[in-house]
Design a protein around this ligand. Structure first.
Ligand code: ARG
Length: 619
C-alpha cells in the first residue's frame, strides 16, 4: 500500500533554492522511490501500479498522485507529472508515453512490440512455466487445509477446503515458495473416549497393539453413531468414556491401540477421496501432534495473565468479543475436567508453526493459511489475537484465515440427498464422473472411442467440473451445487475450458499436419505479426497472467484465475472467428497465429493445472 508521507501540508519554503521548493528533500526521495520502484515489465508486484480498470485506461494505472498531492499540498496534476518524470526512464523501453488523465490519474500503456515479445517468450515454453519467473524472496508457507475429523464423515465443507487449499498450495509453490501442505485432522479429543470404549465391547482385538491393525472396523460412520447413542443414554458407559479419554491422553497401550485402529481406518476412507481428487503432497499432521505442547501453552498464558479461571475452566477473555447478551465471550483453553480445547491445540500449533525454531522442532513459517468454512472466523480471530498478545507470532510472520461459504443444494437449502441424508463425497464425485461419461458417449457415438479413453476423459471432466465450479465462485459466498451447471459446455466451467484447450490443440495439429496420436508437438515460437485488433486483444488478456498470479498470491481468491481463463478463452474465440490460421494470408502470419494459439493453450493448461485440473488434448 502507498504509505502517506508523515508530514502535513507545508507552507512555501522561503529559501527559494529550487523550483519545487514546497517539497522537502525527504519527501522528494519518498516520491522518487515510490515511483521508480516497480512499473517493471511482466509483473506488478508493487501496489502503486494497478491493473487498469477499463480498457480505455491502458494496461496499468497509477492512482497515487491524488493522495500524495493532498498530503503534500500540491496540485494533483502537477504531482502526477512529477511522478511521470520519475517513471519515464524506467519504462520507456516497453511503455508508451504515460498519459495524465482527469484529476491526476496516470495511464500506462504497453508498446505493442513489448506485448508481442512477451507472448513470443511465453510460447517458447508452452508445456512448462511459460517463462514466468519465480519470486525473488521465497517464503515458507504452511497451508492448513482439508482437515476432516477421524471417525466422522468427511463432508462437503472438507471438500471445499481440500479444493481451495490445494489450488492455493499449487499456486504458491509455482511462484517459488516453500509450501508445506498440512492436513490438520481432528484425531484427538473427547469423542475418542466413547469410541474406544465401544470398541472394547464390540471389537476387543482393536485394543491390543499386536492385533489392532488387523481389525476391520466396518463403516466408521455407523460405528460413531452407535457409540454416540450409548454415550447419550447410558450413564455407566459415559463414565467409562470419560476415563477412556484420560487413559488415552496418558498414553495407555489399550487406548492407544484402539485409537490407532480408528485413525488408520479413517485414513483409508479419506485417502479414497484424495485419490479421486488427485490430491498429492498433503501431509497428515493432526491435532494429536500438538498434544505434548498443550499443557505448556495454558501455563504460559496463565503466567502472562492472559488466561484466567472461569467457572472451573480456564479461559482467555479478549476485548471486543461478547455473547449475544453482551456478557464477555470466553475462549476456553482448559476444561473443568482438565481436558484441552480446539483453541488450545490451535495456539500450540501456532507456536510450533511460527514461534519455535527448527532446532526445537518448529517450522518458522512466514505465512500460515487456514482454509476453513467462514463459521470458524471468530475462532481464528480470537486464537490469532491471543497468540499475538502472548508473543507467539514473530515479526514477519502472518496468520491468515481463508474462509469460505457453505455448499448448498440447487434450491439454496441444505445440501442433501433426495431423501434428506447427507451426501457422501464418494457418491458426489462418482455422480459427476458418470454424467460426464454419459455425455461423452452420446457425443462420440459414431467415433469408436475405446471405453478406457472415455472413462479417463470422463474422470478429468467430472472431477474437474466439481473443482472448477467451487473455485470459480468468490470463495466467501455460499455456493449452490448443480451438476447441470458445472458440467455445461457453455459458460465459465471446466468442460468449456477443457474444450477450448482441446480445440486449440486441434487447430495446431491441423495447421502443422500432426496426426491425433501421442502428445501434441508444439510449434516453434515465431515472431508475432499483428494484422487484426482481435489478436491484440487476446495478447492483452494473456499477458495479464503474472499479475493475476500475484494478486491471488496476496489475496487468496482463486476465482480470479477462473475469470482470467474465461476471459482469455473468449478473446481466443473472437480471434479465431476473425482470423484464419490455416488460410492465413502469408506463411509469416500463419506462424504468428500459431504462436498465439500456442501461448493461449499453454496459458490455459498452466492455470488449469494450478486449479488441480488436468487437461486433455482431444475431447
Ligand atoms: N477439523 C476441523 C473441522 O472439521 C478443521 C481444522 C482446521 N484447522 C485448524 N487448524 N483448526 O472443521
Amino acid at each position: 500500500k502507498l504509505e502517506k508521507p508523515k508530514k502535513k501540508k507545508k507552507k512555501q519554503d522561503t529559501s527559494g533554492d529550487s523550483e519545487d521548493s514546497s517539497i522537502s528533500e525527504e519527501e522528494k526521495k519518498a516520491i522518487a522511490d515510490m515511483a521508480a520502484k516497480e512499473a517493471k515489465p511482466f509483473s506488478i508486484a508493487d501496489t502503486m501500479v494497478t491493473l487498469a480498470t477499463r480498457a480505455g485506461f491502458g494496461d496499468y494505472q497509477v492512482n497515487a498522485a491524488m493522495g500524495l498531492a493532498k498530503s503534500l499540498g500540491m496540485n494533483p496534476r502537477e504531482c502526477a507529472s512529477m511522478i511521470v518524470e520519475k517513471i519515464r526512464p524506467k519504462i520507456e523501453d516497453f511503455m508508451e508515453e504515460p498519459e495524465i488523465a482527469g484529476p491526476g490519474f496516470i495511464n500506462l500503456r504497453f508498446k505493442p512490440e513489448y506485448l508481442t515479445s512477451v507472448v513470443e517468450y511465453m510460447a517458447s515454453d508452452p508445456a512448462g512455466r511459460l517463462g514466468l519467473p519465480k519470486v525473488s524472496k521465497p517464503q515458507k508457507i504452511i497451508i492448513d487445509y482439508s482437515s476432516p475429523n477421524i471417525a466422522k464423515e468427511m463432508h462437503v465443507g472438507h471438500l471445499r477446503s481440500t479444493i481451495i487449499g490445494d489450488t492455493l498450495s499449487n499456486l504458491l509453490s509455482f511462484s517459488g515458495h516453500d509450501v508445506v501442505r498440512l492436513n490438520h485432522v481432528g484425531d484427538w479429543g473427547t469423542q475418542f473416549g466413547m469410541l474406544v470404549e465401544h470398541l472394547r465391547d464390540e471389537y476387543p482385538a482393536a485394543l491390543s497393539l499386536e492385533t489392532s491393525q488387523d481389525v476391520d472396523l466396518g463403516d466408521l460412520v455407523e460405528l460413531y453413531k452407535a457409540a454416540k447413542k450409548r454415550f447419550d443414554v447410558d450413564d455407566e458407559f459415559k463414565a467409562r468414556a470419560r476415563e477412556g479419554v484420560v487413559n488415552l491422553q496418558a498414553g495407555n497401550d489399550e487406548e492407544i491401540a484402539a485409537w490407532q485402529a480408528l485413525c488408520a481406518a479413517s485414513r483409508v476412507e479419506y485417502q479414497k477421496i484424495y485419490d479421486m481428487l488427485g490430491i498429492k503432497g498433503l501431509q497428515e499432521r493432526g491435532e494429536s501432534f500438538y498434544n505434548p505442547y498443550l499443557k505448556d501453552v495454558v501455563e504460559d498464558l496463565e503466567s502472562k495473565g492472559l488466561a484466567v479461571e472461569s467457572e472451573g475452566a480456564t479461559a482467555v477473555f479478549l476485548e471486543g468479543y461478547t455473547n449475544r447478551d453482551g456478557t464477555p465471550l470466553p475462549m476456553l483453553v482448559r476444561k473443568s475436567d482438565g481436558g484441552f480445547n480446539y483453541a488450545t491445540t490451535d495456539l500450540a500449533a501456532i507456536r510450533q508453526r511460527v514461534e519455535m525454531t527448527s532446532e526445537d522442532g518448529g517450522e518458522r513459517a512466514n505465512r500460515v493459511l487456514y482454509v476453513t468454512d467462514a463459521g470458524q472466523a471468530q475462532h481464528f480471530d480470537m486464537v490469532f489475537s491471543a497468540a499475538k498478545m502472548a508473543g507467539y507470532v514473530p515479526e514477519g510472520s502472518s496468520l491468515e484465515h481463508v474462509p469460505f461459504g457453505l455448499v448448498q443444494g440447487e434450491d439454496g437449502k441444505k445440501f442433501a440427498t433426495r431423501s434428506g441424508d447427507t451426501v457422501r463425497l464418494k457418491d458426489l464425485l462418482n455422480e459427476a464422473v458418470r454424467i460426464a461419461g454419459d455425455d461423452l458417449r452420446a457425443r462420440t457415438e459414431n467415433e469408436n472411442v475405446p471405453d478406457d479413453v472415455i472413462d479417463q476423459v470422463a474422470r478429468i471432466i467430472g472431477i474437474g467440473a466439481v473443482k472448477y465450479a467451487d473455485l470459480s465462485m468468490n470463495r466467501e459466498s455460499n455456493y449452490r451445487f448443480s451438476y447441470e451447471r458445472m458440467l455445461s459446455l457453455n459458460g465459465n466451467t471446466a468442460p468449456y475450458m477443457l474444450y477450448s484447450y482441446a480445440r486449440i490443440c486441434g487447430i495446431i495439429r491441423k495447421a502443422s499436419g500432426q496426426e491425433v496420436v501421442a502428445n501434441i508437438k508444439w510449434p516453434e515460437a515465431s515472431k508475432i505479426t499483428i494484422t487484426d485488433e482481435s489478436e491484440m486483444e487476446l495478447i492483452r488478456s494473456i499477458v495479464r497472467l503474472p499479475d493475476i498470479l500475484t494478486e491471488v498470491e496476496q489475496d487468496l481468491y482463486p476465482n480470479r484465475l477462473c475469470d482470467f481463463l474465461f476471459e482469455t478463452s473468449q478473446k481466443f474465440n473472437k480471434f479465431y472467428e476473425s482470423c484464419s490460421v490455416n488460410k492465413a494470408e502469408s506463411p509469416e502470419v500463419k506462424s504468428s497465429r500459431l504462436t498465439l494459439c500456442t501461448a493461449t493453450a499453454g496459458t490455459i493448461r498452466l492455470v488449469m493445472n494450478l486449479l488441480g485440473i488436468e487437461v486433455v488434448e482431444k475431447m
